[in-house]
Design a protein around this ligand. Structure first.
Ligand code: E4P
Length: 231
């Protein structure tokens, strides 16, 4: 499963990319607005940091003409950009046109299986079901993800499933178990994936034991000059 970071914060993206397991970034108008930078320049900066990875940038128009204008413009900024459109009838209309033009589109704010079926038929590159926001209203985010993956497999749709609005490591794990192509997560959740208290405790004990036996073990990791001086 590919890991995308769900953030427009350059520090978080730099940290994540340095770990070598980030495949892309998703942004949305809220995340971009938090950074208080000009939209185009900021997205291009993210593209620079993410290098070969995909960067998702969203339109803000809600009518087909406006969506088409913004999506075509955003798509010219960088070859790694995927344009996000809202899953509303005007958005789907725009998707049908843009997908034929070869523009890669991520259909966002998906909350039902019929919405996911429709955007796949209209040629979406990614579909983004929002798991956490469904859980927030007492619905079943992971259940929706399962339905979408089952339907897409049934018909061999090429649309990639991007599990979005992931709130904790168990969401990420369940999405991976179901075979979601991508999971996008806030930096906090990404960091949580790396941590386990037994790893920290185990490492602490290893280092303590090493220190106790240091004289016998020798200072093999010290720089050569330090080792020679000790002889
Ligand atoms: C995905 O592309 C969205 O930006 C994101 O996952 C929304 O998540 P939220 O519900 O945490 O805002």
């Amino acid at each position: 499963m590919k890991f995308f970071l769900d953030t427009a914060n350059l520090d978080e993206i730099r940290h994540g990319v340095a770990l070598g397991v980030v495949d892309g970034v998703t942004t949305n108008p809220t995340l971009v607005a938090e950074e208080k930078q000009p939209f185009r320049e900021h997205i291009l900066e993210i593209c620079k940091v993410v290098k070969d990875g995909v960067v998702n940038a969203e339109v803000v128009s809600t009518d087909t003409e406006g969506i088409l204008r913004e999506a075509r413009e955003i798509a010219t900024w960088h070859p790694n950009i995927v344009v996000k459109l809202p899953t509303i009838p005007d958005g789907v209309r725009a998707l049908s046109i843009l997908s034929k033009e070869g523009i890669r589109v991520n259909m966002t704010l998906v909350f039902s299986a019929p919405q996911a079926l429709i955007v796949a038929k209209a040629g979406a590159y990614f579909v983004s079901p929002f798991l956490g926001r469904l859980d927030d209203i007492g619905a079943d985010g992971l259940g929706l993800l399962k339905e979408i993956i089952t339907i897409y497999k049934q018909y061999n749709f090429s649309t990639q499933v991007l599990a979005a609005s992931l709130r904790h490591p168990l969401h990420v794990l369940a999405a991976a178990e179901m075979g979601s192509h991508i999971g996008t997560m806030p930096f906090k959740v990404f960091e949580q994936l790396f941590r386990h208290p037994l790893t920290d405790r185990g490492l602490e004990a290893f280092l303590k034991d090493w220190e106790k036996a240091r004289e016998t073990l020798g200072d093999i990791f010290a720089p050569a000059a330090v080792r020679n001086a000790a002889r």
